[in-house]
Design a protein around this ligand. Structure first.
Ligand SMILES: Cc1ncc(COP(=O)(O)O)c(C=O)c1O
Length: 477
Protein backbone atom coordinates (compact mmCIF):
# COMPACT_ATOMS: atom_id res chain seq x y z
CA UNK A 1 0.00 0.00 0.00
CA UNK A 2 1.57 3.29 -1.08
CA UNK A 3 0.94 6.45 0.87
CA UNK A 4 0.80 9.31 -1.59
CA UNK A 5 2.53 12.40 -0.29
CA UNK A 6 -0.19 13.88 1.88
CA UNK A 7 2.08 14.28 4.76
CA UNK A 8 4.43 17.09 4.87
CA UNK A 9 2.04 19.87 5.85
CA UNK A 10 2.27 18.58 9.37
CA UNK A 11 5.75 17.55 10.40
CA UNK A 12 4.46 15.97 13.59
CA UNK A 13 3.23 13.08 11.40
CA UNK A 14 6.90 12.27 10.88
CA UNK A 15 7.65 11.75 14.59
CA UNK A 16 7.05 8.22 15.84
CA UNK A 17 4.94 7.96 18.96
CA UNK A 18 5.48 4.82 21.02
CA UNK A 19 4.03 3.61 24.31
CA UNK A 20 6.52 3.90 27.13
CA UNK A 21 8.79 6.46 25.45
CA UNK A 22 8.12 9.97 26.61
CA UNK A 23 9.85 12.26 24.14
CA UNK A 24 9.17 15.56 25.88
CA UNK A 25 9.75 14.63 29.50
CA UNK A 26 12.34 11.92 29.14
CA UNK A 27 14.20 11.99 25.79
CA UNK A 28 14.53 15.77 25.44
CA UNK A 29 16.33 16.18 28.79
CA UNK A 30 18.61 13.29 27.81
CA UNK A 31 19.40 15.12 24.57
CA UNK A 32 20.20 18.25 26.61
CA UNK A 33 22.66 16.25 28.72
CA UNK A 34 24.36 14.87 25.60
CA UNK A 35 24.72 18.31 24.04
CA UNK A 36 26.26 19.59 27.26
CA UNK A 37 28.70 16.69 27.22
CA UNK A 38 29.50 17.40 23.56
CA UNK A 39 30.41 20.98 24.44
CA UNK A 40 32.65 19.80 27.28
CA UNK A 41 34.45 17.35 24.96
CA UNK A 42 35.04 19.76 22.08
CA UNK A 43 36.41 23.15 23.26
CA UNK A 44 39.03 23.32 20.48
CA UNK A 45 36.44 22.57 17.82
CA UNK A 46 34.28 25.34 19.29
CA UNK A 47 37.19 27.80 19.11
CA UNK A 48 37.80 26.88 15.45
CA UNK A 49 34.10 27.19 14.74
CA UNK A 50 34.06 30.71 16.18
CA UNK A 51 37.15 31.67 14.20
CA UNK A 52 35.64 30.21 11.01
CA UNK A 53 32.47 32.31 11.26
CA UNK A 54 34.11 35.30 9.62
CA UNK A 55 34.90 33.58 6.34
CA UNK A 56 32.74 30.47 5.96
CA UNK A 57 29.01 29.97 6.20
CA UNK A 58 28.22 27.88 9.26
CA UNK A 59 31.99 27.68 9.77
CA UNK A 60 32.55 25.04 7.09
CA UNK A 61 33.86 24.98 3.51
CA UNK A 62 30.90 22.82 2.36
CA UNK A 63 27.58 22.78 4.20
CA UNK A 64 27.41 18.95 4.16
CA UNK A 65 30.14 19.24 6.81
CA UNK A 66 27.77 21.11 9.11
CA UNK A 67 25.05 18.50 8.72
CA UNK A 68 25.75 16.69 12.00
CA UNK A 69 22.64 18.08 13.75
CA UNK A 70 25.01 19.70 16.23
CA UNK A 71 25.09 23.28 17.56
CA UNK A 72 28.54 23.49 15.97
CA UNK A 73 30.50 20.96 13.99
CA UNK A 74 33.64 19.25 15.25
CA UNK A 75 36.80 19.63 13.18
CA UNK A 76 38.68 16.53 12.11
CA UNK A 77 42.38 16.31 12.84
CA UNK A 78 43.23 13.07 11.03
CA UNK A 79 41.84 9.65 10.17
CA UNK A 80 43.33 6.19 9.75
CA UNK A 81 41.70 2.83 9.03
CA UNK A 82 38.24 3.01 10.59
CA UNK A 83 39.25 5.61 13.18
CA UNK A 84 38.94 9.39 13.10
CA UNK A 85 40.38 11.89 15.60
CA UNK A 86 39.02 15.37 16.15
CA UNK A 87 41.11 18.42 17.04
CA UNK A 88 40.35 17.89 20.74
CA UNK A 89 41.98 14.47 20.56
CA UNK A 90 38.70 12.52 20.79
CA UNK A 91 38.90 9.19 18.97
CA UNK A 92 35.92 7.87 17.02
CA UNK A 93 35.18 4.48 15.49
CA UNK A 94 34.01 5.46 12.05
CA UNK A 95 30.70 3.92 10.93
CA UNK A 96 30.15 6.96 8.71
CA UNK A 97 33.13 7.01 6.31
CA UNK A 98 32.24 10.44 4.92
CA UNK A 99 28.84 9.01 3.89
CA UNK A 100 30.61 6.13 2.07
CA UNK A 101 33.68 7.36 0.10
CA UNK A 102 36.17 6.11 2.72
CA UNK A 103 34.40 2.85 3.52
CA UNK A 104 37.49 0.86 2.48
CA UNK A 105 39.49 2.67 5.15
CA UNK A 106 41.19 6.01 5.73
CA UNK A 107 44.75 6.11 4.39
CA UNK A 108 45.13 2.32 4.35
CA UNK A 109 48.70 1.08 4.23
CA UNK A 110 48.19 -0.94 1.07
CA UNK A 111 48.64 -1.10 -2.71
CA UNK A 112 45.83 1.43 -3.28
CA UNK A 113 47.38 4.18 -1.18
CA UNK A 114 50.89 3.43 -2.42
CA UNK A 115 49.68 3.51 -6.03
CA UNK A 116 47.91 6.84 -5.49
CA UNK A 117 51.00 8.29 -3.77
CA UNK A 118 53.21 7.04 -6.62
CA UNK A 119 50.87 8.66 -9.15
CA UNK A 120 51.09 12.00 -7.35
CA UNK A 121 54.84 11.86 -6.77
CA UNK A 122 56.01 10.39 -10.05
CA UNK A 123 53.37 10.05 -12.74
CA UNK A 124 51.30 13.22 -12.93
CA UNK A 125 47.94 14.32 -11.60
CA UNK A 126 46.05 15.98 -14.42
CA UNK A 127 46.10 15.94 -18.19
CA UNK A 128 43.52 16.08 -20.94
CA UNK A 129 45.04 12.90 -22.39
CA UNK A 130 43.45 9.63 -21.23
CA UNK A 131 45.61 6.98 -19.59
CA UNK A 132 45.50 3.23 -20.14
CA UNK A 133 43.84 3.00 -16.72
CA UNK A 134 40.61 4.27 -18.29
CA UNK A 135 40.44 1.24 -20.59
CA UNK A 136 41.08 -1.12 -17.72
CA UNK A 137 38.31 0.60 -15.72
CA UNK A 138 35.79 0.36 -18.56
CA UNK A 139 36.58 -3.31 -19.13
CA UNK A 140 36.23 -4.10 -15.45
CA UNK A 141 32.99 -2.16 -14.94
CA UNK A 142 31.53 -3.69 -18.11
CA UNK A 143 32.24 -7.15 -16.76
CA UNK A 144 30.82 -6.41 -13.32
CA UNK A 145 27.80 -4.23 -14.00
CA UNK A 146 26.95 -5.56 -17.45
CA UNK A 147 26.86 -2.29 -19.43
CA UNK A 148 29.48 -1.97 -22.20
CA UNK A 149 30.23 1.80 -22.40
CA UNK A 150 31.68 3.99 -19.63
CA UNK A 151 32.26 7.64 -18.85
CA UNK A 152 34.19 9.04 -15.88
CA UNK A 153 33.09 12.16 -13.99
CA UNK A 154 33.99 14.03 -10.81
CA UNK A 155 31.30 12.64 -8.54
CA UNK A 156 27.96 10.88 -8.55
CA UNK A 157 26.18 14.24 -8.85
CA UNK A 158 28.26 14.96 -11.90
CA UNK A 159 27.36 11.57 -13.40
CA UNK A 160 23.64 12.12 -12.83
CA UNK A 161 23.86 15.57 -14.41
CA UNK A 162 25.69 14.11 -17.41
CA UNK A 163 23.18 11.29 -17.70
CA UNK A 164 20.19 13.63 -17.68
CA UNK A 165 21.76 15.89 -20.34
CA UNK A 166 22.63 12.90 -22.45
CA UNK A 167 19.14 11.43 -22.12
CA UNK A 168 17.57 14.71 -23.16
CA UNK A 169 19.87 15.06 -26.16
CA UNK A 170 19.31 11.51 -27.34
CA UNK A 171 15.53 11.28 -26.80
CA UNK A 172 14.68 14.86 -27.77
CA UNK A 173 12.53 15.09 -24.61
CA UNK A 174 12.95 17.62 -21.83
CA UNK A 175 11.48 16.02 -18.69
CA UNK A 176 12.71 13.65 -16.06
CA UNK A 177 10.82 11.48 -13.62
CA UNK A 178 12.07 10.75 -10.12
CA UNK A 179 10.63 9.43 -6.86
CA UNK A 180 9.42 11.51 -3.99
CA UNK A 181 12.12 12.46 -1.44
CA UNK A 182 14.85 10.66 -3.44
CA UNK A 183 18.27 12.31 -3.52
CA UNK A 184 20.52 12.14 -6.58
CA UNK A 185 23.13 14.78 -5.72
CA UNK A 186 23.50 18.46 -6.48
CA UNK A 187 21.59 18.29 -9.74
CA UNK A 188 19.21 21.24 -10.08
CA UNK A 189 16.36 19.44 -11.81
CA UNK A 190 16.28 16.72 -9.15
CA UNK A 191 16.30 19.04 -6.13
CA UNK A 192 12.52 18.95 -5.96
CA UNK A 193 9.95 16.98 -4.03
CA UNK A 194 6.21 16.48 -3.81
CA UNK A 195 4.93 17.56 -0.38
CA UNK A 196 1.33 17.15 -1.50
CA UNK A 197 -0.03 14.88 -4.25
CA UNK A 198 0.68 16.27 -7.69
CA UNK A 199 2.44 19.36 -6.38
CA UNK A 200 6.14 19.51 -7.28
CA UNK A 201 8.10 22.06 -5.27
CA UNK A 202 11.68 23.16 -4.83
CA UNK A 203 13.41 21.28 -2.08
CA UNK A 204 15.40 22.79 0.77
CA UNK A 205 17.05 26.07 -0.28
CA UNK A 206 17.28 25.25 -3.99
CA UNK A 207 15.13 27.92 -5.60
CA UNK A 208 15.00 29.04 -9.18
CA UNK A 209 12.97 32.23 -9.05
CA UNK A 210 10.63 32.67 -11.94
CA UNK A 211 10.77 29.02 -12.95
CA UNK A 212 7.96 26.55 -12.32
CA UNK A 213 9.36 23.73 -10.16
CA UNK A 214 7.40 21.25 -12.28
CA UNK A 215 8.66 22.65 -15.59
CA UNK A 216 10.93 19.70 -16.33
CA UNK A 217 10.61 17.53 -13.23
CA UNK A 218 7.89 14.97 -12.63
CA UNK A 219 7.65 13.10 -9.34
CA UNK A 220 5.89 9.87 -8.48
CA UNK A 221 5.77 7.85 -5.27
CA UNK A 222 8.03 4.80 -5.04
CA UNK A 223 6.03 1.58 -5.63
CA UNK A 224 3.20 3.53 -7.29
CA UNK A 225 3.11 2.03 -10.79
CA UNK A 226 -0.02 3.88 -11.76
CA UNK A 227 1.70 7.18 -10.87
CA UNK A 228 4.72 6.20 -12.97
CA UNK A 229 2.58 5.28 -15.95
CA UNK A 230 0.63 8.54 -15.68
CA UNK A 231 3.90 10.46 -15.72
CA UNK A 232 5.31 8.56 -18.70
CA UNK A 233 2.33 8.27 -20.95
CA UNK A 234 2.64 11.77 -22.42
CA UNK A 235 5.93 10.55 -23.89
CA UNK A 236 7.77 13.69 -22.81
CA UNK A 237 10.01 12.08 -20.18
CA UNK A 238 13.60 11.54 -21.29
CA UNK A 239 14.74 9.59 -18.24
CA UNK A 240 13.45 7.94 -15.10
CA UNK A 241 16.00 8.09 -12.26
CA UNK A 242 15.87 5.73 -9.33
CA UNK A 243 18.00 3.89 -6.82
CA UNK A 244 17.32 0.13 -6.58
CA UNK A 245 15.69 1.03 -3.27
CA UNK A 246 15.63 4.53 -1.84
CA UNK A 247 18.37 5.08 0.71
CA UNK A 248 18.17 8.76 1.55
CA UNK A 249 15.53 9.29 4.25
CA UNK A 250 15.38 5.74 5.60
CA UNK A 251 15.17 2.63 3.42
CA UNK A 252 12.17 2.52 1.07
CA UNK A 253 12.04 -1.01 -0.30
CA UNK A 254 10.63 -2.16 -3.66
CA UNK A 255 7.56 -4.35 -3.72
CA UNK A 256 7.58 -7.64 -5.61
CA UNK A 257 7.84 -7.07 -9.37
CA UNK A 258 8.51 -3.32 -9.07
CA UNK A 259 11.75 -3.20 -11.07
CA UNK A 260 10.46 -5.48 -13.81
CA UNK A 261 7.40 -3.28 -14.19
CA UNK A 262 9.50 -0.08 -14.23
CA UNK A 263 11.65 -1.55 -16.99
CA UNK A 264 8.57 -2.46 -19.01
CA UNK A 265 6.96 0.94 -18.61
CA UNK A 266 10.17 2.75 -19.63
CA UNK A 267 10.48 0.58 -22.73
CA UNK A 268 6.81 1.04 -23.62
CA UNK A 269 6.95 4.84 -23.41
CA UNK A 270 10.46 5.37 -24.82
CA UNK A 271 11.94 6.65 -21.53
CA UNK A 272 15.50 5.76 -20.54
CA UNK A 273 15.92 3.99 -17.20
CA UNK A 274 18.73 5.27 -15.00
CA UNK A 275 19.76 3.30 -11.92
CA UNK A 276 21.75 5.31 -9.39
CA UNK A 277 23.90 2.97 -7.28
CA UNK A 278 25.93 5.62 -5.50
CA UNK A 279 24.84 4.24 -2.14
CA UNK A 280 23.75 0.70 -2.94
CA UNK A 281 27.03 -0.23 -4.57
CA UNK A 282 28.20 -1.19 -1.12
CA UNK A 283 26.08 -4.31 -1.69
CA UNK A 284 28.81 -5.88 -3.83
CA UNK A 285 31.25 -5.35 -6.72
CA UNK A 286 28.43 -5.21 -9.33
CA UNK A 287 25.97 -3.40 -7.04
CA UNK A 288 22.34 -4.44 -6.75
CA UNK A 289 22.07 -4.25 -10.53
CA UNK A 290 24.10 -7.42 -10.66
CA UNK A 291 22.55 -9.04 -7.61
CA UNK A 292 18.94 -8.27 -8.52
CA UNK A 293 19.37 -8.65 -12.30
CA UNK A 294 18.28 -5.07 -13.06
CA UNK A 295 18.34 -3.85 -16.64
CA UNK A 296 19.10 -0.09 -16.76
CA UNK A 297 19.93 1.94 -19.88
CA UNK A 298 22.20 4.14 -17.77
CA UNK A 299 24.00 3.25 -14.55
CA UNK A 300 25.57 5.76 -12.20
CA UNK A 301 27.84 5.45 -9.21
CA UNK A 302 30.44 7.44 -7.24
CA UNK A 303 31.47 7.84 -3.60
CA UNK A 304 33.11 4.54 -2.57
CA UNK A 305 34.30 3.74 -6.06
CA UNK A 306 37.31 6.10 -6.04
CA UNK A 307 39.20 4.93 -2.92
CA UNK A 308 38.21 8.14 -1.13
CA UNK A 309 38.95 10.46 -4.06
CA UNK A 310 36.05 12.23 -5.79
CA UNK A 311 35.14 10.15 -8.84
CA UNK A 312 31.87 9.28 -10.55
CA UNK A 313 31.10 6.82 -13.33
CA UNK A 314 28.31 6.42 -15.83
CA UNK A 315 27.64 3.22 -17.77
CA UNK A 316 25.59 3.10 -20.98
CA UNK A 317 23.92 0.46 -23.08
CA UNK A 318 25.48 0.01 -26.52
CA UNK A 319 22.58 1.41 -28.54
CA UNK A 320 22.42 4.51 -26.36
CA UNK A 321 26.19 5.03 -26.53
CA UNK A 322 26.05 4.77 -30.32
CA UNK A 323 23.22 7.30 -30.56
CA UNK A 324 25.10 9.72 -28.34
CA UNK A 325 28.27 9.27 -30.35
CA UNK A 326 26.25 9.99 -33.49
CA UNK A 327 25.05 13.23 -31.94
CA UNK A 328 28.56 14.29 -30.96
CA UNK A 329 29.87 13.36 -34.42
CA UNK A 330 27.13 15.52 -35.91
CA UNK A 331 29.08 18.53 -34.71
CA UNK A 332 32.25 17.47 -36.52
CA UNK A 333 31.94 20.14 -39.24
CA UNK A 334 32.28 22.75 -36.49
CA UNK A 335 35.41 21.22 -35.05
CA UNK A 336 35.11 19.81 -31.55
CA UNK A 337 32.07 21.72 -30.29
CA UNK A 338 29.98 18.58 -29.74
CA UNK A 339 32.56 17.32 -27.29
CA UNK A 340 32.78 20.53 -25.33
CA UNK A 341 31.04 20.82 -21.97
CA UNK A 342 30.30 17.10 -21.58
CA UNK A 343 31.48 16.75 -17.99
CA UNK A 344 34.16 18.93 -16.40
CA UNK A 345 37.64 19.46 -17.80
CA UNK A 346 39.13 18.01 -14.66
CA UNK A 347 37.11 14.76 -14.82
CA UNK A 348 38.93 11.51 -15.53
CA UNK A 349 42.26 13.08 -14.60
CA UNK A 350 45.28 10.80 -14.26
CA UNK A 351 45.08 10.66 -10.48
CA UNK A 352 41.37 9.86 -10.28
CA UNK A 353 41.69 7.22 -12.98
CA UNK A 354 44.53 5.59 -11.07
CA UNK A 355 42.52 5.68 -7.82
CA UNK A 356 39.51 4.20 -9.60
CA UNK A 357 41.56 1.44 -11.16
CA UNK A 358 43.27 0.54 -7.89
CA UNK A 359 39.97 0.65 -6.05
CA UNK A 360 38.33 -1.70 -8.53
CA UNK A 361 41.32 -4.05 -8.39
CA UNK A 362 41.86 -4.14 -4.64
CA UNK A 363 38.77 -2.79 -2.84
CA UNK A 364 35.96 -3.95 -5.07
CA UNK A 365 36.70 -7.63 -4.60
CA UNK A 366 34.56 -10.43 -3.26
CA UNK A 367 37.15 -10.97 -0.53
CA UNK A 368 36.94 -7.39 0.76
CA UNK A 369 33.15 -7.38 0.61
CA UNK A 370 33.00 -10.69 2.47
CA UNK A 371 34.85 -9.05 5.38
CA UNK A 372 32.50 -6.07 5.38
CA UNK A 373 29.43 -8.30 5.25
CA UNK A 374 30.68 -10.46 8.13
CA UNK A 375 30.97 -7.48 10.47
CA UNK A 376 27.66 -6.11 9.22
CA UNK A 377 25.93 -9.46 9.93
CA UNK A 378 27.33 -9.42 13.45
CA UNK A 379 26.23 -5.83 14.01
CA UNK A 380 22.74 -6.37 12.62
CA UNK A 381 22.24 -9.52 14.68
CA UNK A 382 23.36 -7.71 17.82
CA UNK A 383 21.13 -4.68 17.24
CA UNK A 384 18.12 -6.85 16.43
CA UNK A 385 18.77 -8.84 19.61
CA UNK A 386 18.60 -5.61 21.62
CA UNK A 387 15.30 -4.66 19.97
CA UNK A 388 13.90 -8.06 20.86
CA UNK A 389 15.16 -7.85 24.43
CA UNK A 390 13.38 -4.53 24.95
CA UNK A 391 10.40 -5.51 22.81
CA UNK A 392 10.93 -2.10 21.16
CA UNK A 393 8.91 -1.11 18.06
CA UNK A 394 12.07 -0.50 16.02
CA UNK A 395 13.72 -2.39 13.17
CA UNK A 396 17.08 -2.93 11.51
CA UNK A 397 17.40 -3.46 7.75
CA UNK A 398 20.59 -4.18 5.90
CA UNK A 399 21.78 -4.19 2.30
CA UNK A 400 25.34 -5.42 2.00
CA UNK A 401 27.58 -3.26 4.18
CA UNK A 402 24.85 -0.68 4.82
CA UNK A 403 22.44 -0.76 7.76
CA UNK A 404 19.38 1.34 8.39
CA UNK A 405 18.03 1.98 11.87
CA UNK A 406 14.29 2.55 11.81
CA UNK A 407 12.38 3.80 14.83
CA UNK A 408 9.26 2.15 13.38
CA UNK A 409 8.52 -1.59 13.40
CA UNK A 410 7.62 -2.30 9.76
CA UNK A 411 9.42 -2.41 6.42
CA UNK A 412 8.81 0.87 4.57
CA UNK A 413 7.44 0.71 1.04
CA UNK A 414 6.78 4.43 0.69
CA UNK A 415 8.69 7.60 1.47
CA UNK A 416 6.48 8.68 4.38
CA UNK A 417 6.88 5.41 6.26
CA UNK A 418 10.63 5.44 5.64
CA UNK A 419 10.93 9.06 6.79
CA UNK A 420 8.93 8.32 9.92
CA UNK A 421 11.37 5.52 10.73
CA UNK A 422 14.22 8.06 10.77
CA UNK A 423 12.86 9.14 14.14
CA UNK A 424 12.65 12.90 13.71
CA UNK A 425 11.95 14.87 16.86
CA UNK A 426 14.07 13.10 19.46
CA UNK A 427 14.85 9.47 18.67
CA UNK A 428 17.57 9.87 16.09
CA UNK A 429 19.08 12.93 17.79
CA UNK A 430 19.49 11.09 21.07
CA UNK A 431 20.89 7.99 19.34
CA UNK A 432 23.33 10.09 17.32
CA UNK A 433 24.58 12.28 20.19
CA UNK A 434 24.85 9.37 22.59
CA UNK A 435 27.05 7.50 20.13
CA UNK A 436 29.14 10.54 19.23
CA UNK A 437 29.95 11.23 22.88
CA UNK A 438 31.06 7.61 23.28
CA UNK A 439 33.37 7.67 20.27
CA UNK A 440 31.00 6.14 17.70
CA UNK A 441 30.56 8.12 14.49
CA UNK A 442 27.27 7.57 12.64
CA UNK A 443 25.77 9.09 9.50
CA UNK A 444 23.48 11.74 10.97
CA UNK A 445 21.28 12.56 8.06
CA UNK A 446 19.42 9.31 7.61
CA UNK A 447 20.38 6.83 10.33
CA UNK A 448 22.68 4.79 8.15
CA UNK A 449 25.57 2.76 9.46
CA UNK A 450 28.41 1.34 7.35
CA UNK A 451 30.97 -1.34 8.07
CA UNK A 452 34.28 -1.38 6.23
CA UNK A 453 36.97 -4.07 5.98
CA UNK A 454 38.68 -2.55 9.05
CA UNK A 455 35.53 -2.73 11.21
CA UNK A 456 36.08 -5.37 13.88
CA UNK A 457 33.63 -7.49 15.84
CA UNK A 458 34.70 -5.55 18.91
CA UNK A 459 33.81 -2.25 17.16
CA UNK A 460 30.37 -3.67 16.34
CA UNK A 461 29.88 -4.84 19.93
CA UNK A 462 30.57 -1.31 21.18
CA UNK A 463 27.82 0.02 18.93
CA UNK A 464 25.42 -2.72 20.03
CA UNK A 465 26.13 -1.81 23.65
CA UNK A 466 25.37 1.87 22.93
CA UNK A 467 22.12 0.85 21.19
CA UNK A 468 21.12 -1.14 24.26
CA UNK A 469 21.90 1.80 26.55
CA UNK A 470 20.03 4.26 24.34
CA UNK A 471 16.88 2.13 24.29
CA UNK A 472 17.15 1.48 28.03
CA UNK A 473 17.43 5.22 28.70
CA UNK A 474 14.60 6.09 26.31
CA UNK A 475 12.27 3.78 28.26
CA UNK A 476 13.75 4.98 31.56
CA UNK A 477 14.39 1.42 32.75
C1 LIG B 1 21.81 8.13 -4.30
C2 LIG B 1 22.78 9.26 -4.45
N1 LIG B 1 23.12 9.67 -5.67
C3 LIG B 1 24.01 10.67 -5.85
C4 LIG B 1 24.59 11.30 -4.78
C5 LIG B 1 25.59 12.42 -5.00
O1 LIG B 1 26.88 12.04 -4.61
P1 LIG B 1 28.01 13.16 -4.52
O2 LIG B 1 27.58 14.10 -3.45
O3 LIG B 1 29.24 12.41 -4.16
O4 LIG B 1 28.10 13.81 -5.85
C6 LIG B 1 24.25 10.92 -3.49
C7 LIG B 1 24.85 11.58 -2.31
O5 LIG B 1 24.56 11.31 -1.18
C8 LIG B 1 23.33 9.86 -3.31
O6 LIG B 1 22.98 9.45 -2.09
Amino acid sequence: MTTTGRIYDDYSVLTPIHDGIDIMDRVMPLIGEELELYRERTPKSFALYERAQKHMIKGVPCTWQADWLLPYTFYADHAKGNRLWDVDGNEYIDFHFGDTPSIFGHSPDNAVTRGIADQILNRGVTSLAPTEDSIFISEMLAERVGLPYWYVTLSASDSNRMAINLARSVTGRSKLLMFNTAYHGTVDDTLKWMPRPGQVEYRWAHFRPGEDAAAVTKIAEFNDLEGVENALKDRDVAVLLTEPFLTDGGFTMPQEGWHKALRELCTRYGTLLLIDETHTQTSGPGGLTRLWGLDPDIWVSGKSIGAGLPVGVMGLKEELARKWQGLLDGFAPWGICGLTGQGTTNSANMLCLRALRLSLEHNYTDKTFAKMFASMDHLARGMRGVIEKHNAPFRIDTAGARLNVSFMPDVAYDALSAAKGVGFGGYREYWLYYCLNRGLLLIPIVNMILTGPDTTIDDCDKLVKAWDEVITNMYGR
